[in-house]
Design a binder for this molecule. Structure first.
Ligand SMILES: [Zn+2]
Length: 502
């Protein structure tokens, strides 16, 4: 439930999201809609007006326009005019559909491997992500959502498939999960993640879909369960939540540390053994962060499991494994997340706990720590592009561009194309490069961005160039082509195997 302070911060008269706060709001810390800032209001006004003007000129509806490449370009023009020149885009591109389409076509085969995606089980009681989607639409961040009413169906498999594989340039997605002591609150069970992966790959005929299995230290017989599921479900990698139960923190009884020799090292031993048959199992995926001060107050004992203090020693003791830290330890959630992070950064030059993560390689002399961009890229780049630039600059400076990996946490914030476009176009301005020692990000398909979008994950998960080439022309690619011919974003069309056309 939202705390009284959090509720107070929501002025219903000024409410920016169309749906009321869900009563069953169980993971308010994962998500609380932010109040709109002055700048965001400015951006929203600008993009609406500019979009309407361009849509009129092109003889399409505003909604239809925002689903086009020119519409995306228009959004970044409005961002630049609001915040300064962070994005590589021109007014000409927004006003000339041919030019925008040309650019989109040139980039459409870029290998994008998103190892952090979600959908919810059909009988889920979790409602918070509906509001999250509505908000990023209403704020103008994800124009593919726009003002379209969001429902729980938008968080289920058919829409997941559509938004990841048809509405975005994503080539490979990993179905991730979560675990709660109350199993109804797990996003998906390990069996469900496996089944969905198999379904997609069978249809595609390629390795389009990967899946996690969640491990749960402390739970009775957890290592036996891991053994059994490893054999039966063959996950592409294992994921854990050191906080224990993240969705229902009040139920969290078994938080754990990555450097706990008694609890975790036998598990790492198993991974190493299995990695001889599947080297991807060297990847240990760990949820970290999303634990702001207001949550710390409620659950102070979980703080030490939420930050990244336990990563360095584990990484040093297990140099053969890769520790992939989800959300890169980004601490902030809640209504003031971008604002709080920005104020802290201005004062200290640090981003909690992203900077701590970025400092691990130097402090511990390790190379096997990775930062995933799920949530933190979405919630920084459009809320405050300077903060987005700082996040990217900090991670690359400390971990290296070889150790920053693409993950979007889609479909919590809708189809990931807006995040893909934002990274393609984002550049760290020169004043920030000088002041903080950040390196430029370069072209949309330059070496840094290609590595982050797909090269690094392909290396970690052994997706060969041959497999990448097969994916670009597989059955899912064919479905996407038809889908685009019939009009991008036509949400009511029947597509692929989800609803076979007759
Ligand atoms: Zn996630």
């Amino acid at each position: 439930m939202l705390s009284p302070e959090e509720l107070e911060q929501l002025d219903p008269a000024e409410s920016i999201f169309p749906s009321p706060i869900p009563v069953q709001c169980v993971s308010s810390d994962e998500y609380m809609p932010p109040p709109q800032t002055e700048k965001q209001r400015e951006f929203e006004g600008r993009i609406k007006e500019y979009g309407a003007e361009l849509a009129r000129k092109q003889g399409v509806s505003r909604r239809r326009f925002f689903q086009s490449a020119a519409g995306m370009a228009a959004a970044f023009v409005a961002m630049n005019e609001t915040y300064g020149p962070f994005y590589m885009v021109s007014r000409a591109e927004a006003a000339t559909p041919e030019m925008a389409n040309e650019r989109a076509k040139a980039l459409k085969n870029q290998f994008i491997m998103d190892m952090h995606t979600h959908f919810l089980r059909d009988d889920t009681p979790i409602k918070t992500f509906v509001a999250q989607r509505a908000t990023v639409g209403k704020l103008g961040w994800n124009l593919q959502i726009g003002e379209k009413e969001q429902t729980i169906d938008d968080l289920k498999f058919p829409n997941y498939f559509k938004e990841i594989y048809l509405d975005s340039d994503t080539k490979v997605g990993c179905i991730s999960g979560s675990y709660s002591v109350d199993p109804a609150f797990s996003f998906l069970t390990n069996d469900m993640k496996y089944a969905a992966r198999e379904k997609i790959n069978k249809e595609a005929g390629t390795r389009r879909s990967f899946s996690h299995a969640i491990f749960t230290p402390g739970h009775a017989g957890w290592l036996d369960k891991v053994e059994e599921e490893q054999a039966r479900l063959k996950p592409d990698s294992w994921k854990g939540y050191t906080i224990g139960d993240n969705t229902n923190k009040h139920l969290s009884k078994w938080p754990f540390r990555l450097d706990d020799e008694k609890v975790m090292y036998p598990f790492y031993e198993k991974l190493l053994k299995w990695s001889k048959t599947n080297p991807s199992l060297k990847n240990v995926c760990i949820h970290k962060g999303l634990f702001p001060p207001q949550i710390e107050q409620k659950f102070p004992h979980l703080l030490e499991y939420s930050d990244v203090r336990d990563v360095g020693k584990a990484a040093k003791d297990w140099p053969q494994l890769n520790f992939i830290i989800y959300h890169s330890g980004w601490r902030w959630t809640g209504p003031n997340a971008p604002k709080a992070a920005w104020e802290h950064f201005e004062k200290t030059g640090r981003i909690e706990w992203v900077t701590d993560l970025a400092e691990i390689p130097e402090k511990y002399g390790v190379k096997n720590v990775y930062g995933d961009l799920g949530q933190l890229f979405a919630w920084t780049t459009t809320a405050n592009p300077r903060l987005g630039a700082a996040v990217m600059g900090t991670l690359i400076k400390g971990l290296g561009s070889s150790n920053v990996v693409w993950g979007t946490d889609a479909v919590w914030t809708g189809a990931p194309q807006w995040q893909i476009e934002a990274l393609r176009r984002l550049e760290i301005p020169e004043d920030m490069q000088k002041k903080y020692g950040y390196r430029p990000l370069g072209a949309a398909d330059g070496p840094v961005k290609n590595a982050i979008f797909g090269g690094n994950n392909a290396r970690l998960y052994h997706v060969t160039p041959k497999q990448q080439a097969e994916i670009i022309v597989d059955r899912v690619a064919q479905i996407k082509e038809t889908y685009e011919q019939e009009g991008p974003g036509r949400t009511n069309m029947a597509y692929g195997f989800v609803a076979k056309k007759t």
